[in-house]
Write a protein that binds this ligand. Structure first.
Ligand code: AMP
Length: 537
């Protein structure tokens, strides 16, 4: 697993042109081999490499950790190292131009796109806004020499120029092989790449290092992918080698292409169809992934994708599926429906359906609302927006209907059931692990029954309760009931004047009761008072 964390080079806001160079801050110790000057391979490709990293900004070294000697064994960044890094690097360098803001008047502007020139290209001293623009800028200044700088692609048993070789085996590019181990460690450290596991291949620095067919290289360029992002640098060679990978990186860091590129390469050279199945938790994500896949495979032979997601009509999806596709992008619910119908020949892909499907699903969620219409509307909205299989239960549904829904709930046919109070009592819904009180019920008694649908038979469960001023008369009761469970209560509830008022009233009542109670201490007073009032009569 690795967590990319790009490096940031900040322009001092007070700098003028000259002193700016002198005050440039460098986030990591300059590696003599990966940094400026020196012989050998690092130097040969410094252009491409630097374009990818934008991490060497030279004049003023910062008090920074030493190079490879301080990296824990195996190239994994240790916690001390990472804490130091995070002190130095408040924010990651922006990868893409579109994520940079516009320049304010008087601020430096990017020489490529005109946005805020937050960084300085160490090689040319020009202002750039992001890694993407730095790469473009370097390509521009180097003209034709730069794009293929590190050498041609390496394909097993074929000439690099071959349009579409019969097979593909990922071979480490000579440029990467020629780097020393400490250079690789330094590179990973600078890019925040942390790896675990045996025999992790070296990262690539340029897409050209992968030996992709020209059409794919072209598609990458057309999509604006000039240089790989850190997650792509490390994950693409792993994927191309067919290794199992568990990867984690920030949103927007290029994870999709990181797994799509190996998937595409495998699909290109495999005759079995389909050759890849991409499962995503939501329909939106699946659509997004398919869009990116289509961009990357444009012009490549025999590359077809199919989208299998809920919330859209199934027949066109099935039709597409039957036309022999290489890559399927699916949500689990729709895929399982299709598998159950026997409508898909998954060819090379082996799918193990565990215990008649149901264990592939997350436990269902039971949502309580306060009226029938609310139940119908919310269930519909959940299905539409999330693609989760949802239904509603209320008193207008017939008994057989309710029975069927309950059966479906227990068997994992529904991911969400929205109910009025009818499911609130008595039932043992052991598969439910989460109850949401979308509307707070009118009484504490009802509330206790509803949240009691989870955590049955000594199992753990979670309840999430939405409250608003409609249930303000229960605020103090809710706090009293929920607080002892260790649950977090929102400050809006704890600070509510209603809650304080209710607590005060309760305390007064308690005090009154205390006063009315006969104890050894007040017994004589009570008798005296009694005698006095009798004698007055
Ligand atoms: P992702 O994190 O996969 O959602 O990607 C975020 C965005 O970055 C998407 O719009 C991608 O098209 C784009 N992207 C991914 N990799 C690169 C790259 N190497 N260079 C430029 N853009 C990229």
């Amino acid at each position: 697993m690795f967590v990319p964390r790009s490096l940031k080079v900040r322009r001092n806001a007070n700098d003028d042109g000259r002193s700016c160079t002198a005050k440039k801050v460098k986030p990591e110790a300059e590696d003599p081999q990966l940094g400026a000057g020196g012989d050998g391979p690092a130097d040969d490709a410094s252009g491409t490499k630097e374009a990818a990293l934008a991490a060497h900004h030279g004049a003023q070294p910062c008090p920074l950790p030493g190079p490879a000697s301080q990296v824990p064994e195996g190239g994994l960044a240790g916690p001390g190292q990472r804490a130091q890094d995070s002190d130095l690097l408040e924010e990651p360098v922006k990868s893409f131009s579109k994520t940079q803001r516009q320049a304010e008047p008087g601020e430096p502007v990017c020489v490529v796109c005109g946005r805020y020139g937050e960084y300085i290209c160490n090689e040319t001293d020009e202002d750039v806004c992001s890694l993407e623009c730095k790469a473009k800028h370097l390509l521009q200044v180097r003209g034709a020499e730069a794009p293929l700088a590190p050498g041609g692609p390496q394909k097993a048993g074929s000439e690099p120029a071959a349009p579409h070789p019969a097979s593909y085996v990922y071979t480490e590019h000579a440029f990467i092989s020629n780097l020393r181990e400490d250079q690789i460690e330094n590179l990973r450290r600078q890019l925040g790449i942390v790896v675990q596991g045996p025999g992790v291949p070296r990262p690539i620095i340029d897409f050209e290092h992968c030996g992709f067919p020209e059409a794919l290289n072209l598609n990458l360029k057309t999509s604006g992918y000039e240089v790989p992002t850190p997650i792509q640098m490390q994950m693409v060679p792993l994927g191309l080698l067919g290794r199992d990978v568990l990867a984690s990186a920030d949103t927007g860091s290029g994870k999709t292409a990181a797994f799509l590129l190996p998937v595409i390469m495998r699909a290109l050279f495999q005759s079995k169809m389909p050759s890849a199945l991409i499962l995503t938790p939501t329909r939106e994500l699946a659509i997004q992934i398919e869009r990116q896949a289509k961009e990357l495979v444009s012009g490549l032979p025999r590359m077809r994708t199919a989208l299998l997601v809920g919330g859209l009509p199934a027949p066109p999806q099935l039709h597409r599926l039957r036309q022999r596709v290489q890559v399927i992008i699916a949500t689990p619910g729709r895929l399982l429906d299709i598998i159950k119908q026997g409508a898909v020949e998954l060819g090379g892909i082996k799918i193990v359906v565990v215990d008649e499907d149901k264990k592939l699903f997350k436990p269902p969620v039971l949502v309580f609302v306060d009226c029938k219409l609310g139940a119908d509307l919310l269930s519909e909205a959940v299905q539409k927006i999330t693609g989760l299989k949802s239904t509603s239960v209320h008193s207008e549904k017939s008994q057989p209907e309710r029975k069927n829904i309950l059966k479906g709930l227990l068997e994992g046919d529904y991911e969400v059931v929205v109910s009025t109070g009818v499911l609130g009592r008595g039932l043992d819904l052991v598969s439910v692990k989460l109850v949401v009180n979308f509307d707070m019920p009118p009484s504490m008694d009802e509330y206790v029954h509803q949240v009691g649908r989870v955590g049955r038979l000594g199992q753990n469960g979670t309840a999430i309760t939405f409250i608003n001023n409609n249930s303000k008369r229960l605020f103090w009761d809710i706090a009293k009931r929920v607080k002892p469970t260790g649950s977090l209560l929102p400050p809006q509830l704890l600070n509510s004047p209603y809650l304080h008022d209710q607590r005060r009233k309760e305390q007064q009542k308690d005090k009154q009761m205390q006063n009315d109670l006969v104890t050894g201490a007040n017994l004589m007073d009570i008798i005296r008072k009694h005698d006095k009032s009798n004698s007055q009569k």
